[in-house]
Design a protein around this ligand. Sequence first.
Ligand code: ADP
Ligand code: MG
Length: 323
Amino acid sequence: DQTISQIAAGEIIENPASIIKELVENAIDANADRISIRLSDNLLDEIRIADNGDGIEKSQITKAFSRHATSKLRTISDLDRITSLGFRGEALASIANISQMECVTKTAESDFAYRFTVEKGVVSRGKPVGAPVGTTMIVRDIFYNTPVRKKFLNTTTKEIRRIVEVVELLALSHQDVSIHLSRNQKTLLHSKVSDDKINHIYSILGKDIAKNLLPISFDTESYKIEGFIGNNLLHRATPDREFLFVNGRGVKNSDIARAIRKVYRSLIPLNHYPVYVLYITIDPILIDVNIHPQKQTIRLSNENQLTTILERLAGEKLLPKRE
Ligand code: ADP
Ligand code: MG
């Protein structure tokens, strides 16, 4: 019933940023390589996400908006080895529960695009419209039917920061996708597709950071480390430029962060934080699955080995050689 699904919705749709995360992940899962996110002046009024991905077939649209309908999970054991970003099949249903949604979508096979509205979770009959292949999701009147709405009315700056953070993580982990985030025609972030990782990072984090990054890479039997660490000129008063990705997902791991910060202790001012963008590829078996998949915090089974290697790699790049 309505109440139960709203409570369930509250579990993942905590704020506008989590709506954006889910919808952008869906676009990426649908093979889009261009995604635009447009925010309205008042964040809760409208979020519009357009992609050039596969689109949704007209016959599949009701299913897409119903709970636990995912086209992505095939067997339970897939849970151990999730490759696509979405796998729970409830994001669209949850978002539709706390907002008024509209969806314009076209597959390559279909002659028309179709426009659907979703009201209290019920999808309208589609009207044919003209639009390119791909999907546009429009989310309006966010939280209109929940008590949380009030909480967000005066928090725009904080919420925008949260959104930019989410989009930075998605952009940094998808070199082959261009993501444009704007509000009132003003660009907040625009990632560019590039074969060159540093160029890609440049488009997201800016020149000052990109020009002071040093490449590191390392391979073992069970994992691969790749990415960039800042030189001693880069440091931040807040830990907002410590980016860690495990198997393509932005994650937090305090042991890894601590190990890297240790190397910088003598190089950057006290109480400042280093800058790094590290991508770790690891056998999913070694990721602790007891931690909820939505949580950003993860644990790895061979963490000590990994932190030791990261510390050594960073040390080699940054610290003066001793004779
Ligand atoms: P999940 O991503 O976990 O499968 P969602 O509720 O996020 O669940 O999405 C439900 C389904 O709707 C997806 O499995 C997919 O088939 C379809 N879908 C959602 N967004 C898009 C999109 N932007 N492009 C194509 N298909 C989409
Ligand atoms: Mg999804």
